[in-house]
Design a protein around this ligand. Structure first.
Ligand code: XMP
Length: 481
């Protein structure tokens, strides 16, 4: 037994000292950063793979704003894959495999397919793979279900189409000139090669800061475990073109978790980035990196729903954990993801100044329009459920997904939970929260004279503060509205 040197610190224990700044305006600073060794984001925000935080809506919203969401793994492989596909299809420059229907199908079938896929039009394609026409929701509005699609579609002779080489500007002009919303791409034999839609172009203009892959689609990550179906899951997520696989375990500095990093890197090579963790020490980061991890996820117990530190007596205060991990990660040029404990915009600034390249957020993003789950009313106020993934209800749900669980097994879990289930106030759109966090970050960077996140770290000098200083930091001696 020994006592570690120094003292563990977390966000509220410190402040950053201001310094001479050349930054004239907060809009001048660059908030782009590395999520993993190869994935670049425009803002350093990542959403947690928790079932009350990140499914496709959260991931789409975050990627549009420049960050990335990690789709949780507490569901079947098929559903997790479907969530990834929804993000990947949310915005395209060119949709490579547009939904289509046969000319012999009925209007009823077309209506069902449009509803199921959430699209407003289908390409009509013959058995030979050649474009025959297009059918949109407007074409079938007042048509009976039994009418064949060929009778209501706009035939290809009356359609505007483009060829593979078309660029975005020309596509925009064509769509506008002909007042159409969909532009199929075909080869000389009318074989379908893709589809450009006005809706996608509008989104691209509306979200210039979006985090995109090489094909112009939104970035998204996916969580995997280290047992059971994890390898098959990883394969399917890889096939669905998730951009990163995030190994999602409480104790990432466990031999089994380290082996899985190696296994996934071996299986998929440089084609997909793998994130190891969670760890909270120099040695943990070093070992995760040695296995080939493309980023290190840091945090044992700082999360808003975590009880690990209470139940197991284990953890490292988050700011110290980030600094320790950064020591190992910077030697290998691998980014650090600071996971858990972010409550205020200033915490993001402190985490990045301590060495993180991104922060992962659960609780702050829970209770939004984009987080899964219904709004519930309690005493006239609106709430959403938010739960730790090691909480009793989440653990029972998780087992039910993979194995099927009997009520009698619940009692056993109740001894070993390391998280809580809670209500969080309904907060509206996540966009407002992201804007508040990014505004705080820009402000912090300007106080430290940092034009980018690397400079923020280089310029950072923390000062440890007392309990009295914390009280001074919050509004005091006034009656808050
Ligand atoms: P925040 O503070 O943003 O933290 O809500 C989110 C992170 O918390 C972790 N997490 C848990 N940790 N027991 C734990 O000890 C749990 O039940 C639990 N659920 C989530 C996770 O790392 C997440 O990203």
């Amino acid at each position: 037994m020994r006592i570690a040197d120094g003292q563990g610190l977390t966000f509220d224990d410190v402040l950053l000292k201001p310094r001479l700044s050349r930054v004239r305006s907060r809009s001048e600073v660059d908030t782009s950063t590395w999520f993993t060794r190869r994935i670049r984001l425009n803002i350093p925000l990542v959403s947690s793979p928790m079932d009350t935080v990140t499914e496709h809506m959260m991931a789409i919203a975050l990627a549009r704003l420049g960050g990335i969401g990690i789709i949780h793994r507490f569901t079947s492989i098929e559903r997790q894959v479907a969530e990834i596909r929804k993000v990947k299809r949310a915005e395209n420059i060119v949709i490579r495999d547009p939904y289509s229907i046969s000319p012999d199908a009925t209007v009823g079938e077309a209506r069902r397919l449009m509803e199921e896929k959430g699209v407003s039009g289908l390409l009509v394609v013959g058995e030979d793979g050649r474009l025959k026409g297009i059918v949109t929701s407007r074409d079938i509005l007042f048509q009976g279900d039994d009418v064949p699609v060929r009778e209501v579609m706009t035939p290809r002779e009356r359609m505007v189409v483009a060829h593979e080489e078309i660029d975005l500007e020309s596509a925009k002009k064509l769509l506008w000139r002909h007042r159409v919303e969909k532009l199929p791409i075909v080869d000389e034999d009318w074989r379908v090669k893709g589809l450009i839609t006005a809706a996608d172009i509008i989104k691209k203009i509306r979200y210039p800061n979006a985090a995109r892959d090489r094909k112009g689609r939104l970035l998204v990550g996916a969580a995997v475990g280290i047992r059971g179906d994890y390898l098959e899951r990883a394969e399917k997520l890889y096939e669905a073109e998730a951009d990163a696989l995030v190994i999602d375990v409480a104790h990432g500095h466990m031999e089994r978790a380290l082996e899985v990093i190696k296994e996934l890197k071996k299986a998929f090579g440089e084609d997909i980035d793998v994130v190891g963790g969670n760890i909270a020490t120099y040695e943990g980061a070093r070992d995760v990196i040695a296995m080939g991890s493309d980023a290190v996820r840091v945090g044992i117990g700082p999360g808003s729903t975590c009880t690990t530190r209470i139940v197991a007596g284990v953890g490292v205060p988050q700011l110290t954990a980030i600094m320790e991990a950064y020591k190992a990660a910077s030697e290998a040029d691998v980014p650090v993801i600071a996971d858990g404990g972010i409550r205020n915009p200033g915490d993001v600034v402190k985490a990045l100044a301590a060495g993180a390249s991104t922060v992962m957020i659960g609780g702050l993003f829970a209770g939004t329009d984009e987080s899964p789950g219904p709004i519930v009313l309690r005493n006239g106020k609106r709430y959403k459920v938010f739960r730790g993934m090691a909480s009793l209800s989440a653990r029972v749900g998780k087992e039910a997904v993979t194995k099927g669980v009997e009520d009698t097994e619940v009692a056993e879990y109740s001894y070993s939970t390391e998280g809580v289930e809670a209500f969080v106030e309904y907060k509206g759109s996540v966009e407002d929260i992201v804007k508040r966090l990014v505004a705080g970050l820009r402000s912090g960077m300007s106080y430290l004279g940092a034009f980018d996140i690397e400079e923020l770290r280089l310029n950072a000098e923390f000062i440890v503060i007392s309990g009295a200083s914390i009280r001074e930091s919050y509004p005091h001696d006034v009656i808050l509205w």
